[in-house]
Design a protein around this ligand. Sequence first.
Ligand code: FMN
Length: 172
Amino acid sequence: MQVPDEGPRPVVSSAFDKIVGLLDYPMFVVTTRAGGKQSGCLVGFASQISITPQRFLVGLSKNNRTYRTALSAEYLAVHLLPSRRGDIAKLFGESTGDDIDKFAHCTWHRGPHELPILEDAAAWFVGRIIERIDMGDHVAFLLDPETGFAPEELDDAITYSDVRGLEPGHQT
Ligand SMILES: Cc1cc2nc3c(=O)[nH]c(=O)nc-3n(C[C@H](O)[C@H](O)[C@H](O)COP(=O)(O)O)c2cc1C
């Protein structure tokens, strides 16, 4: 059966909603820096997208300050949080850099390419932005992972079910 190209698609939409509603994907904090300004937000739309070459895709909402900074940035830093750091997820997911300086409320250091790297992350990597693809209300940033840090044992990450109660700081 062919799915119509236009108009409402309630059956498809309800199946899609049910499937994505069940997913419990890892959450990341993505930070970036451009023109002396730095931003960061909580991101759930993110995934490895190729093995060879290694590629990672990050979806940033066009409403977010992080997106606006990332438009002129060369790199993104992708942080994995331990499940007990809901406070950091809340800081980066519920507040916007348009209103507060998130980096004044957490510990971080300047890492590769001057990017802000969060001290509370369990692990992180920095990727060079090699493409920006308009997806609708989000833009996909395709990353070529360059460098990063992970401890020998990395077995715990915050996921969507840990943060589903949070209210995005910017409308998504
Ligand atoms: C559970 C959850 C998932 C989110 N996923 C994304 C996402 O994938 N991409 C995105 O750009 N924003 C996402 N957000 C929204 C931003 O983290 C949020 O609006 C943040 O306040 C934006 O900050 P900024 O304006 O400083 O960039 C998510 C928020 C929550 C609570």
